[in-house]
Design a protein around this ligand. Structure first.
Ligand code: FES
Length: 571
């Protein structure tokens, strides 16, 4: 593509009053004319925010991208978008994923950009940026922020998954509040996102396996100087991608999505991956459904021995060879020719990789665990499906029949979970309603409900839990999530009552509520929704338009894309 055909020339290449305005106000930043005249303009979409601590180093990362863009003959422009900090945003960052994606989409389309670099880190900052960029479909490359260094506390390595363990330990009296404070600083001791294979790391692996980043993007630690080198190379590469007109739709093919699902199985990625990949597929227009996650996970063992399914951390993963080494171990399963931002098939990106530590990255012949991936269960309790992460579940509960202990909403759960009179046993099934997309609203990560204190005191570490909510990628347990349709939409989950028998059979992929049809019909006739309903603003829009979990929980009017053309462009 000649520079003459650059999209940005629709702004900076104009003559007359409009061209004057487009260029003159850029010059108030001290930018000489020749710096951007006729050059590919590269937007650096930055989720930097001090309220997103995982992304707080991104201004520095953006500087590295800029160096690369300039070196390759482009003109970099950094711009902010809504940043979703998982730990601080209330009620849940997921409520705003679609809103942030709208910000990204409109910011890219409305401005003079020829290509985009997406700076992503904390959980939702990756899918929101990729979703928004897909709806515009310019040449786009992702640079992830990298994980924190491994936490170290009193001689032990720790990471985000230990938060749940520490919480249980404090509640059972095995750990003091003072020790908990000490552990906070020991865990988050460097820049970067969660150091386990939680959602942020899963998303970083997702973009690399989809072909949206340069090799090694997934695992270089945030504090490692090679992260900056990767950012600079990405800045260089996006300029060439603009010249090659290599767009997102050229990379995000059905094969790329299948690769991402297989890799997610091998890394033991977060269940949130399902929602985000479905939403991304919906934006770029590639057919993908819930069954694909089960189908393409089959026959893929767990290769990465990383928390929460295993023992190690992202830092170890990088030193052991990172995602290229893991993908090389999967060679023969993956679609080797799937195009990537490097301009090459994905196999060329991992061909030279090696596994340096088989304790961290296993092989297909010697995997870490046979069980992996995302299991999709169906039955009269979840006609449109629900998901469970087998590698994080307890083997003795994978085929289980127990009686429901029901919580109508999250406040009900908090009020009663530690009640000594709660009729709960190790065989019970905890059921939490009204935590789905519409019901909460925003589908929070509460599905891995902390166990009742009286069971913890008995030494019980896991029981079956079912909800229409999500689970943190750092969570674990025999937890059935994303029940669809959700209870607030009148799904069968809304009809469950205390004492009902529920049967989970992971091998048969079923989840059954053992209540006869006549009784269920009577309950359905008497059912009234009880979730909060927003009266205005974005949340009202969200509740009116959000799709169910099995469709990725995107809003109906955001599916698909509108391209990069600006329809009305005169001043
Ligand atoms: Fe940001 Fe975990 S809180 S990645």
């Amino acid at each position: 593509m000649s520079n003459h055909h650059l999209r940005s020339q629709g702004w900076f290449g104009r003559s007359g009053k409009d061209g004057f305005i487009y260029r003159a106000w850029m010059k108030n930043q001290g930018i000489p004319d020749e710096t951007f005249r006729g050059k590919p303009v590269i937007g650096i979409c930055n989720t930097w925010s001090e309220l997103t601590p995982c992304n707080a180093h991104f201004r520095e990362l953006a500087e590295s991208v800029k160096k690369g863009v300039i070196a390759a003959g482009g003109f970099p422009v950094e711009f902010p978008v809504m940043s979703l900090g998982e730990t601080l945003i209330k009620p849940t960052a997921m409520l705003y994923r679609n809103l942030a994606s709208m910000d990204v989409e409109e910011s890219i389309r409305a401005n003079p950009m020829d290509g985009v670099v997406l700076l992503c880190g904390c959980d939702k900052t990756t899918p929101s940026l990729v979703m928004g960029a897909c709806s515009v479909n310019l040449p786009t490359i992702v640079v992830s922020g990298g994980a924190m260094l491994t936490g170290r506390f009193r001689g032990k390595t720790i990471g985000t998954s230990d938060v749940w363990r520490f919480n249980d330990a404090v509640r059972s009296g095995a750990m003091s509040e003072a020790d908990l404070r000490m552990a906070e600083a020991a865990m988050c001791r460097s820049r970067g996102h969660c150091a386990v294979m939680g959602t942020a790391s899963t998303m970083a692996c997702m973009v690399e396996s989809l072909g949206l980043s340069l090799p090694e993007n997934a695992a270089i630690p945030a504090a490692d100087s090679r992260r900056k080198v990767l950012a600079e190379y990405s800045g260089q590469r996006i300029v060439d991608m603009v010249k090659e007109d290599l767009k997102l739709s050229d990379i995000l093919t059905r094969e790329a999505f299948e690769n991402a699902i297989m890799v997610n199985a091998a890394i033991g990625g977060s269940t949130n991956f399902v929602l985000h990949l479905l939403a991304i597929a919906g934006r770029i227009g590639v057919p993908l459904d819930l069954e694909d996650f089960d189908r393409y996970s089959q026959g893929i063992p767990l290769l990465a021995n990383l928390q929460p399914s295993g023992e190690y951390f992202m830092e170890d993963f990088y030193y052991a060879g990172g995602l290229p080494a893991l993908m090389k171990a999967m060679h023969g399963k993956l679609h080797a020719g799937a195009m990537t931002v490097s301009g090459k098939g994905i196999e060329e990106n991992y061909r030279e990789a090696s596994i340096y530590d088989e304790a961290v990255i296993g092989t297909m012949e010697k995997p870490f665990k046979e069980l992996s991936g995302i299991a999709v269960v169906r039955g009269n309790l979840c006609p449109d499906g629900a998901v469970l992460k087998p590698s994080a579940a307890s083997p003795h509960l994978m085929k289980h029949r127990g009686q429901a202990v029901v919580f109508e909403h999250i406040e009900d759960y908090h009020a009663r979970i530690d009640d000594p009179d709660l009729p709960v046993t190790p065989d019970s099934v905890l059921v939490l309603k009204n935590v789905g997309p519409i019901g909460y609203p925003g589908m929070p990560e509460v599905g891995n409900m902390a166990l009742p204190k009286k069971l913890l005191e008995q030494g019980v570490e896991d029981i079956v839990r079912i909800s229409d909510g999500r689970m943190s990628g750092t969570g674990f347990g025999t937890v059935v999530l994303h029940v669809s349709p959700e209870s607030a939409a009148g799904g069968p989950l809304a009809l469950v009552r205390d004492g009902d028998w529920i049967a989970l059979d992971l091998e048969a992929r079923t989840l059954h509520l053992d209540v006869d049809e006549a009784e269920l019909a009577a309950r359905r006739a008497a059912w009234q929704p009880s979730h909060p309903v927003a009266g205005r603003g974005y949340v009202q829009l969200y509740q009116q338009h959000v799709g169910q979990a099995h469709q990725g929980a995107d809003m109906d009017f955001l599916r698909g894309g509108s391209g990069s053309a600006v329809t009305r462009d005169s001043h």
